[in-house]
Design a protein around this ligand. Structure first.
Ligand code: GDP
Length: 412
């Protein structure tokens, strides 16, 4: 399922992942987020996304404020990809806030506890993400805990959520002895040192060989059942190549027919790098998701994630900081520059865009412009409220107007 409005190979938006982390309270969302920020901070130079930003470190006072901002969205770089982490509230109700955060993200990691498996609240979050068509991968966390069991957690994903789990890893060691995973797509072992740190990659240990081969086979069968190209290969050669498998896993994630399952221990720093690799490999960029719908004076309209289209963005959070009022927005189409005049569809007034910021874990980066697909915070807007659309004055549009079935976004 592709919705490319531009040549995919040349489109810089393909390196963007607007990502949410969904979890039952206590499953480890905060720990996973912190480990991601730590890893991407530590490997900052590993793959810079070129976007012409100037970076300012937060001083200690600003850092406190950064935490407020962090509550809305934080941007990091992994292997040449920009990952915008959008906070989704941990409590699950049908509040505006949850719905809005689900709207502005393109894909999500659902975190589960390897002991508890799917809990009632994770079920609620899952259904809500279904409603919004958010492609997901699953991370079974806390594999180091006593009683942790990947297989039973996976069974609960199947039974309680009705998903088709596509398990791409085999844990190495159990409970406190959990040290790494076998990557079943590449048939390689990834083993972390005692302190966590980064992993060592090597061949599948002999003792796990038979189990790994069996599980790879199960994965191939599950994928072949859902994916025509994989099925064709499976029938012809009674196996599926690594390349076809990876491509099929991506397509099944985008269509929601299957859910890629990874595992690890965030607390012990095990499994986070492969999780980030899976985010990049399987979850969609802004150009891989359907165009956003909106309403203009002339009726319903679709807007593709095209930087050259008229500007339209949805405000998803407004926070007060010592720097001033910060308006967090997701740009859906077009480009907005510092100093631009935009139309606030909530109050039907124009306003001028001040500084545009990308918030990182310990600093903010000021940028001159934001394009379709971006998540940024804007300084200087006075009236915009969460749920409002900002757009080009010449092309008024209200994004995703509320419907009776979905009465949560107030567009005053
Ligand atoms: P959140 O409520 O989903 O944000 O969960 P937290 O990240 O705050 O984690 C809840 C508790 O579980 C904390 O005490 C964490 O230290 C602990 N925790 C998180 N990840 C792991 C893990 O991988 N293994 C173990 N044993 N504990 C973990």
């Amino acid at each position: 399922m592709h919705h490319c409005s531009l040549d995919r190979a040349r489109n810089p938006l393909t390196v963007v992942r607007n990502l949410g982390i969904l979890a039952h309270v206590d499953a480890g969302k905060t720990t996973v987020t912190e480990r991601i920020l730590y890893l991407t901070g530590a490997t900052h130079k590993r793959g810079e996304v070129h976007d012409g930003t100037t970076v300012t470190d937060f001083d200690s006072q600003e850092r406190d404020r950064g935490i407020t901002i962090f509550a809305a969205a934080v941007s990091c770089v992994w292997d040449g990809h920009r990952i915008n982490l959008i906070d989704t509230p941990g409590h699950v109700d049908f509040s505006d806030e949850v719905t809005r955060s689900l709207r502005v993200l393109d894909g999500a990691v659902a975190v589960f506890d390897a002991v508890a498996g799917v809990e009632p609240q994770s079920e609620a979050v899952w259904r809500q993400a279904d409603r919004h068509g958010v492609p997901r991968i699953a991370f079974v966390n806390k594999l180091d805990r006593a009683g942790a069991d990947l297989d039973s957690a996976v069974a609960s994903l199947r039974d309680r959520l009705g998903t088709v789990p596509l398990v791409v890893q085999l844990p190495i060691g159990r409970e406190a002895g959990f040290t790494g995973v076998v990557d079943l797509v590449r048939m390689r072992a990834l083993v972390w040192g005692a302190e966590g740190g980064s992993y060592e990659e090597g061949p599948v240990p002999e003792v796990l060989r038979k189990d790994a081969v069996g599980r790879r086979r199960l994965l191939e069968e599950a994928v072949a059942e859902l994916h025509p190209a994989a099925l064709e290969e499976f029938c012809a050669r009674s196996s599926v190549s690594d390349g076809t498998l990876a491509a099929a896993l991506r397509e099944l994630t985008l269509s929601g027919e299957g859910v890629v399952v990874l595992c690890g221990s965030a607390y012990r720093n095990r499994g986070i790098e492969p999780l980030l690799e899976a985010v990049v490999a399987y979850l969609p960029s802004p150009v891989d998701v359907p165009p956003v719908r909106g309403e203009s004076g002339d009726g319903a309209q679709e807007r593709a994630a095209d930087p050259r289209a008229p500007f339209a963005a949805l405000v998803f959070k407004v926070t007060s900081t010592a720097t001033g009022r910060l308006t967090c927005l997701r740009v859906y189409s077009g480009t907005v520059r510092k100093g631009d005049v935009v139309l606030d569809m909530g109050v039907r007034r124009t306003e001028r865009v001040g500084r545009i910021l990308r918030v990182q874990a310990d600093r903010h980066a000021e940028t001159d412009l934001a394009v379709a697909g971006d998540i940024v915070a804007v300084v200087g807007l006075k009236s915009a409220r969460a749920g409002t659309t900002l757009c080009a004055p010449s092309a008024p549009l209200v994004l995703e107007p509320p419907t009776a079935a979905d009465p949560v976004v107030s567009v005053a």
